[in-house]
Design a protein around this ligand. Structure first.
Ligand code: KG4
Ligand code: ZN
Length: 346
């Protein structure tokens, strides 16, 4: 069973990552090495990712991480079949570091180079981890993205909904910041919410009931700020109640938006034998209240709920290597060494 082996490189935000992934002729994947270096500590003092610091940190770590991924996998550079690097969307400085590293290795070794869209990486991960077949629906909720995407095939993506203002992870981070919790805020809001009363403070459910499948979270964050100002000075219990109310508002908003998307997906007509799947990706997918809500929603509507392991839901290079492998297997040509990096890439 011949295997194709790719090196993947990711550097679009605040994770520097390199991975070696194999794919057999039946489409089964195997992770041979997965190395991720988070820059969280470099950015924590600023309460968010600082692009210039991120780019410099990628430069410092990249060579070492690629060498480490190769060493851990036991695969020699000559035995790679291709190199895939994220070329967008993301922070341009980091993208340049990863793309140039990948292109340089491709040039020196004579291997093909694939420039991968970061979102395509997230979209195809569930095929590696769970063998999910096309078409499926993906909910991507991270610090930078909030999207509902119908994945019809490799290279065939329909964006059904996106945020018109803040990304969901960003809303968690900003809410945490205004309540005096640390960065990144998602895990801290979840923790504080455990002892909170979600019903004490009424908050809006933005976009609920609208037929278009978009999201909006900036008004929700503002509502938390106003409620917090009305309660100042905040006791620990107030913070917990605000976090619980925020998390419930988010979960109910997602239930509405995703529920509508599942119904629309089914209405499009599925093969009789197909159990459709909802796949989640992005750091916010770690939130257990959100997971529980999505699980019960999928149960009710007859969908399989697929959540790849957390490490592969957040930014990593396994998904980039895998997207390159999927593109190659689907017959897409390799990209030239002149492939451009793009900070925005719808
Ligand atoms: O996918 P990810 O690791 O990275 C990028 O977006 O680059 O997502 C990070 C986001 C942050 O906004 C973080 O606050 C959020 O995911 N997050 C969470 C939780 N864990 C991480 N949000 C809510 N609940 C969590 N448990
Ligand atoms: Zn991402």
């Amino acid at each position: 069973n011949k295997k194709t082996v790719f090196l993947g490189i990711e550097s679009s935000c605040d994770e520097t990552a390199a991975a070696i992934v194999a794919r057999d002729v039946d489409g089964r994947g195997e992770i041979l090495a997965d190395v991720v270096l988070s820059q969280l500590e470099e950015h924590a003092a600023f309460g968010g990712v600082v692009p210039e610091i991120a780019a410099r940190a990628h430069v410092e770590a990249m060579d070492r991480l690629i060498a480490e991924a190769l060493a851990r996998s036991g695969v020699a550079l000559e035995d790679l079949d291709g190199i895939a690097a994220t070329v967008g969307p993301g922070l341009i400085g980091g993208l340049i570091v990863g793309a140039m590293s990948g292109k340089a290795i491709a040039y020196a070794s004579g291997k093909p180079f694939y420039g991968v869209n970061h979102l395509e990486g997230h979209a195809l991960t569930a095929r590696l981890t769970d063998g999910v077949s096309f078409p499926f629906l993906m909910l991507l909720v991270s610090g930078g993205h909030t999207q509902i995407v119908l994945v019809r095939g490799v290279g065939q993506y329909e964006r059904w909904g996106t945020t018109i203002d803040d990304a969901l992870g960003e809303a968690f981070d900003k809410t945490a910041k205004l309540l005096g919790l640390g960065y990144p805020g998602g895990p801290q809001v979840e923790e504080a919410a455990k002892t909170g009363d979600a019903k004490r403070i009424p908050l809006p459910r933005p976009m609920k009931g609208e037929t278009r499948l978009d999201f909006s979270f900036s008004g929700l964050k503002t509502a938390v700020r106003q409620a917090a100002q009305g309660m100042a000075p905040l006791e620990d219990q107030d913070v917990a109640d605000l976090c619980a109310a925020f998390q419930l508002a988010v979960a109910e908003t997602l239930r509405d938006r995703v529920g509508r998307s599942l119904a629309r997906f089914k209405a499009e007509g599925l093969a009789a034998d197909q159990r459709p799947a909802l796949v989640v990706a992005g750091g916010v997918a770690a939130n257990s209240a959100i997971r529980a809500m999505l699980t019960s929603l999928c149960d009710r509507q007859g969908f399989a709920f697929v959540a790849p392991p957390f490490k592969l839901c957040t930014d990593n290079a396994v998904m980039i290597a895998w997207a390159g492998l999927e593109r190659e297997a689907a017959g897409f040509p390799a990209d030239g060494l002149d492939a451009a990096v793009r900070s925005r890439w719808p």
